[in-house]
Ligand binder design. Structure first.
Ligand SMILES: NC(=O)c1ccc[n+]([C@@H]2O[C@H](COP(=O)([O-])OP(=O)(O)OC[C@H]3O[C@@H](n4cnc5c(N)ncnc54)[C@H](OP(=O)(O)O)[C@@H]3O)[C@@H](O)[C@H]2O)c1
Length: 249
């Protein structure tokens, strides 16, 4: 049966997102790469960005191997000029963006009172301001077409507090607020803004790697949550997914 989703009716059983164009920020590795690969395997044209050109080239080759249309662009999502160029070049290469996954993020941990203003700016600009900038750049074409999904990769740290999490939690709690308000602003246009809140995921996030990868989530678990959101029935709206590993760390 043809899957229903919020993006039109051009998909096929085999490639249900055949009419979709997804932009995944921070798509060069970790969770973002898994999301980009998942969306491409469902038939979406996929654009990815990051700051490291070599890493982007590698993932672009992997994405192209899935047979769909692919675009990559070096962009720092904390910089408004980079964001505007990213969105303009993506839309001119592939067409209007119908799925935006705001995934790029960093973690800086330790007591907030020990952190510098530079640390604060880096974390808040990457994890929160960038979502404002990229969503703002993409929203007009989604509004014009009255459809779209904006999926923000938050964290369980966006709904919980923990020792040493001050800067990171501030960015992700802020992201929860921004996402919930944007969801209200945009739902009348047929655009769903949602957050995914994973627990620890086995990536090289912030230079750390889990002690036991079998007891944390995998990037594919998060990609599956993105698939769940974009494949939901067209008139429903999953506003938030929290994901935990079944086996306790
Ligand atoms: N790993 C976890 O345990 C975990 C848990 C919950 C939520 N998350 C969230 O999941 C998201 C992805 O994390 P991850 O674990 O996949 O991290 P990762 O492996 O370190 O990947 C981060 C990605 O973001 C990109 N990026 C970082 N800063 C950027 C910037 N200023 N401009 C453009 N791209 C930028 C990186 O590319 P470049 O460095 O080349 O720019 C990379 O592609 C983050 O938002 C993170 O907060 C992670």
């Amino acid at each position: 049966m043809l899957a229903t989703h919020n993006l039109g009716a051009q998909g096929t059983d085999d490639k249900p997102l055949g009419d979709a164009l997804a932009l995944v920020t921070g798509g060069s590795r970790g969770i973002g790469r898994a999301i980009a690969m998942r969306l491409a395997s469902l038939g979406a044209a996929v654009a990815v960005c990051g700051r490291d050109a070599d890493a982007l080239n590698a993932v672009t080759t992997q994405l192209a191997g899935l047979g769909g249309r692919v675009f990559s662009h070096v962009a720092d999502v904390t910089r408004p000029a980079d964001v505007d160029a990213l969105v303009a070049k993506t839309e001119s290469a592939l067409g209007p963006i119908t799925i935006l996954v705001n995934n790029a993020g960093i973690g800086v941990f330790g007591p907030a009172h020990d952190k510098s203003e530079e640390d604060w700016d880096r974390v808040l600009n990457t994890n929160l301001k960038s979502v404002f900038l990229v969503s703002k750049a993409v929203a007009p074409s989604m509004i014009a077409r009255k459809r779209g999904d904006i999926i923000n990769i938050s964290s369980l740290a966006g709904v919980n507090a923990f020792k040493g999490g001050g800067l990171y939690c501030a960015s992700k709690w802020g992201l929860q607020g921004l996402s919930a308000c944007m969801a209200e602003d945009l739902r009348g246009y047929g655009i769903r803004v949602s957050t995914i809140c994973p627990g620890s995921v086995a990536t090289a996030f912030s230079g750390t790697s889990p002690k036991d990868p079998s007891k944390v989530l995998s990037p594919d678990d998060v990609a599956h949550a993105v698939e769940t959101i974009v494949m939901q029935s067209p008139k429903s709206f999953i506003s938030q997914l929290q994901i935990r590993p079944l086996s306790k760390p």
